[in-house]
Design a protein around this ligand. Sequence first.
Ligand code: DAH
Length: 360
Amino acid sequence: MSDLDQLRTKYLSGVADAADEAALEELRLAGLGKKGEISLMMRELGKMSPEEKQTFGKALNELKTEIDTALREKKQALADAALEARLQDEWLDVTLPGRPRRQGTIHPVSQVMDEVTAIFADMGFSVAEGPQVEDDWHNFDALNIAPEHPARQEHDTFFMHRAEGDDRPPHVLRTHTSPVQIRAMQEQGAPIRVIAPGRVYRMDMDQTHAPMFHQIEGLAIGKDISMANLKWVLEEFCKAFFEVDNVELRFRASHFPFTEPSAEVDIRCSWEGKQLKIGEGNSWMEILGSGMVHPKVLEAAGVDSTQYQGFAFGIGIDRLAMLKYGIPDLRAFFDSDLRWLKHYGFAPQDVPTVLGGLSR
Ligand code: DAH
């Protein structure tokens, strides 16, 4: 066998046996690389006679091409095989049913909070915030709630634990959003127009009361803000919120330590066939507490009560949500299973559509 035939056999069988790309590359370098066997033989051509050069050179060139082609073909075949193996391994059964996506919904309390905030924003109220763990002074004293007031008693208020010997005034879980009035006036002074939505806490639990619930506080202080302004603002709010034009409100004289005069506000409604309709019928439903801010409260918050006056109100958000969406039991809001919300038409929340790991 000639030298060339030996080389041919060596390289072609080497290519045939190569198990991977690295082995192929090794062969290529050994034969066709700069210092490869075949390349070195090419250099020898220079020393040969013209006739030898012609026959041997041609044969050598053919061999080079042959090996090069075999290398390329094998490389492609290896890549194809690898792809095929992956396809075999990772195949998708597109006939399998998809994984059900859990659908979230906007919680009605969040939705109502957003709705209420948007309506008051249109009337020039901005949003104020305060802490849920509040100090005694902001929650009670500054709001003219005397130490002997029943709202301070243990059975209504959650007091934060104090270490023995720590006799600072207590912190409480705020029992209403009214302390945010004080904080907002301390920070911004007067005139001021804010609402403060948020969580509040009281020791209470039945079909219409939960120990944690939500309120929206409203406050408008200026030089000549009156009860008439309060009435207009609340009527506009109810029309927008309940989406009825003929809202009728009833102001009932009441008492809150932080307002003088104080009024509880009822809305006209009907309960026919257990269906609540706002703006018609002969029933009245209490929806909020309100009044003209007590001068002592203005002074406690650093506002000159000889120059400024205004109104405040506090609305239970959970109650509003129940009324607007006809939800009968407040406790349902805080169950972990919220599938019932769909029944009331709450829109599914946008969820990302990426489905992870759909393989065999
Ligand atoms: N803070 C009262 C409550 O928790 C609600 C309230 C009544 C707020 C009258 C007010 C108000 O701002 O003027 O029941």
